[in-house]
Design a protein around this ligand. Structure first.
Ligand SMILES: [Zn+2]
Length: 489
């Protein structure tokens, strides 16, 4: 089974697609063990029927849907013998799917959309869970092929094995045939879906999804309402099978595999999804912009030029700009400063220095000091922005353990994605500390006292205990078992 090395995300996606009854497409070169994967997953379903076909532009409906029934023809009826073909299968792999001719496309779309097949006069419900589509090339501009592509909610790009050791294993080690150690019953899959429907979505997930839609729209990536609805249902199935009582934000990370249309959009979408999930829908970028604007406004309001020469008494550094003193003060809190006025040098601690500079400016008629009204405005702005930043910072600190435990519970997340989410979380925390520094810079520059309000940790609420309902522990253990066997973890 070492074919499935380096395929963790794809295996997880395939299993989740099957459980939630969605279709999955793999774009990439042939020979990446897609057929094997689809077949093995089907083997793990009790009574699961597998159908596998390589399409060419000459493929006929008979090959996919079954030969015409001669008996029916004798009675002037047009019906196919569908046994053993796509309409009776649970999982189907259609290779080179975009080669499908128009004779096949119509019936195929109906099966993919509605899980129904029109066999002569009869309309039958097909038992299909998922079609695994594969293609080496992206569909050319063609409306019906685009409609076909749209039916695949899960999208992956496959490459050949990258790691040398894994490649060596693939070539020279024999791992025998795949024998599933646990099976899942078809009825359990339907039960899971029913139960998932009633699951709640965490409020921060709602916020993240709304923000996500907005930022995709900004980049002119449109996702249809129908697709969003399907996505929410998939997230619920993922949460339910993980044993969670609600969809939490780590599950949203899976959207990286459902939102791109063109392969080149993939990386960017992944980045947006991670950013929003890790920060809970809050844009730290926006906070940074506000902090920088405020700082810049303070510099302008204060007139940055110094009216007299100022030297640090403790280390001899000379200053030409007010901003320089303020920066210096932040890293050397107890340094005092020499101010030379009318040939007389006097030493001031920082706070008095600021006042002295203001009063010199005033006597020189230079309107660089702030009026008390201006000062009040700044004070208010700084306080409110500072509090917002501090609140977000505290939230980040409080949430780290929560995020880690959510990631651990999430059976659908690849190891790499879990690690990356935590790393991004840490770098966001550092960024927030930087923002606090910008705020206190502006504060000390304006000679305002820093009033630290300790925000209450309002986000540290305990995550609802994770209870795996009995009926789904089978799904959960199925996923863990099959997933890990396929992955060879
Ligand atoms: Zn100094």
């Amino acid at each position: 089974m070492s074919y499935f090395k380096e395929r963790e995300a794809e295996i997880n996606g395939s299993l989740l697609a099957v459980l939630s009854g969605e279709n999955i497409i793999f774009l990439g070169p042939p020979g990446t063990a897609k057929t094997q994967l689809a077949k093995n997953i089907c083997q793990s379903i009790e009574g699961g029927k597998f159908f596998n076909y390589l399409l060419t532009s000459f493929s006929t409906p008979e090959e996919i849907f079954g030969p015409l029934s001669l008996k029916a023809l004798e009675e002037d009826e047009f019906r196919r013998k569908i046994e053993g073909c796509l309409p009776t299968s649970h999982i189907a792999l259609l290779d080179e799917i975009f080669k499908a001719s128009s004779a096949i496309l119509n019936s195929l779309l109906t099966i993919l959309n509605e899980r129904k097949y029109h066999n002569g006069k009869e309309i039958i419900d097909v038992p299909l869970f998922s079609v695994f589509g594969a293609s080496n090339e992206f569909p050319e501009e063609d409306d019906s092929l685009e409609a076909l592509y749209d039916r695949f909610l899960f999208r992956y790009r496959l490459t050949y094995i990258q790691d040398d050791e894994n490649f060596r294993n693939l070539l020279f080690r024999d791992h025998g045939d795949f024998k599933p150690s646990v099976n899942i019953q078809i009825s359990a899959i339907y039960e899971l879906r029913e139960c998932a429907k009633n699951l709640n979505v965490d409020p921060d997930v709602e916020l993240i999804i709304l923000e996500l839609r907005k930022s995709l729209q900004l980049q002119e990536i449109e996702i249809s309402d129908r697709r969003w609805k399907k996505i929410i249902q998939v997230l619920k199935v993922a949460a339910c099978s993980s044993g969670c009582m609600a969809v939490d934000r780590t599950i949203v990370l899976l959207l990286q595999h459902m939102l791109w249309n063109l392969p080149e959009e993939r990386e960017n979408i992944r980045k947006i999804v991670f950013e929003l999930v890790v920060s809970g829908g809050i844009s730290t970028e926006k906070l940074r912009q506000e902090a920088e604007d405020l700082h810049a406004a303070a510099i302008i309001a204060l007139k940055n030029d110094l009216p007299v020469k100022v030297i640090c008494d403790s280390c001899g550094e000379e200053f030409l700009l007010r901003q320089g003193i303020e920066t210096h003060h932040l890293s050397h809190k107890n340094h005092s400063y020499t101010l030379k006025k009318d040939g007389v040098s006097k030493i001031y601690p920082y706070d008095n220095l600021v006042k002295e500079i203001d009063s010199i400016n005033e006597t020189m008629g230079k309107k660089s000091t702030l009026t008390s009204a201006q000062k009040e405005v700044f004070e208010k702005e700084i306080e409110s922005l500072g509090n917002r930043i501090r609140r977000v910072k505290c939230r980040f600190e409080d949430e780290r353990d929560l995020l880690r435990s959510l990631i651990e519970t999430n059976i659908w997340l690849s190891t790499l994605d879990g690690k990356e989410a935590l790393m991004l979380h840490d770098s966001k925390s550092i960024e927030l500390v930087e923002l606090e520094t910008i705020i206190s810079k502006a504060q000390s520059m304006l000679g305002l006292e820093s009033r630290q309000v300790k925000p209450k940790p309002q986000f540290a609420e305990e995550k609802a205990k994770i209870i795996v309902p009995d009926s789904f522990s089978s799904v959960n253990s199925f996923m863990k078992e099959i997933g890990s066997r396929l992955r060879l973890k």
